[in-house]
Unconditional design. Structure first.
Length: 232
């Protein structure tokens, strides 16, 4: 059996607020196989973003074990954590966070240059991804010249630019209208499967969750296998 791309054991996170301890994660266990796309369902405030921040190595203060491609996060140096985020993880947020002064291609080129790719290879990779997402005619447009759906497609391409083992997506279509969200999510799934990356996608949308390989529900700080109602 292949090594999981992501595995957590006993993951905990607590906050102090107004003299009270708030337990957000209470021992969350999960395992994601290479190429597997997993939905993370839960209502607002359930800790989905906190969990993604933990496994994305974006924040400290967590208890338990996080292993990315078999490597224990707690044993990584600061530079190793940075390299893991750059080389093995791709991030997509509800808002695209594109650099406004750079066009679509340049936004997808930049993470590749940081990793050490040549400009020619980075340009070719960016154009390939954007064209696959239907933006071949918008390569030189800046974010302000793109629609919300187009901007989020660029964000998807950027996340996949360095061929990460795992995509972490936090409500990736939550900022879009329903029709556009459906289209962008379809393209996201198609491209992630084509690229062979695994993905953990936080959402409250059960209709979108039903299109993924597996559903996890986060409730009261614990993860459990979930099902989708046939009516969704």
């Amino acid at each position: 059996m292949s090594e999981p791309v992501l595995a957590t054991t006993g993951l905990t996170r607590s906050f102090e607020q107004g003299g009270e301890t708030i337990h957000v994660l209470r021992g969350a266990d999960l395992s994601i196989a290479p190429g597997e796309i997993v939905a993370l369902l839960g209502p607002s405030g359930s800790g989905k973003s906190t969990l993604l921040q933990a496994v994305g190595l974006l924040e400290g203060g967590f208890g338990g074990s996080i292993r990315i491609t078999g490597i224990e996060a707690a044993q990584m140096s600061s530079s190793e954590r940075t390299a893991t985020r750059r080389d093995k993880l791709g991030f997509i947020y509800q808002f695209h966070h594109l650099l406004p002064d750079f066009n679509a291609v340049e936004n997808v080129v930049l993470p590749q240059l940081v990793k050490g790719a040549s400009r020619a290879d980075a340009d070719a990779r960016a154009a390939e991804l954007l064209t696959t997402l239907g933006l071949g005619h918008r390569l030189t447009h800046r974010p302000s010249q793109l629609s919300g759906g187009e901007q989020q497609r660029v964000a998807v391409a950027r996340a996949l630019a360095n061929r990460p083992a795992l995509i972490l997506a936090d409500e990736p279509t939550g900022n879009l209208d329903e029709a556009t969200a459906e289209i962008v999510f379809d393209e996201f799934l198609r491209l992630v499967r084509q690229e062979g990356s695994a993905a953990l996608v936080a959402t409250h949308n059960e209709r979108l969750a039903a299109r993924m390989d597996r559903v996890l529900r986060l409730q009261e700080g614990h993860l459990s296998s979930g099902t989708i109602s046939a009516s969704k």
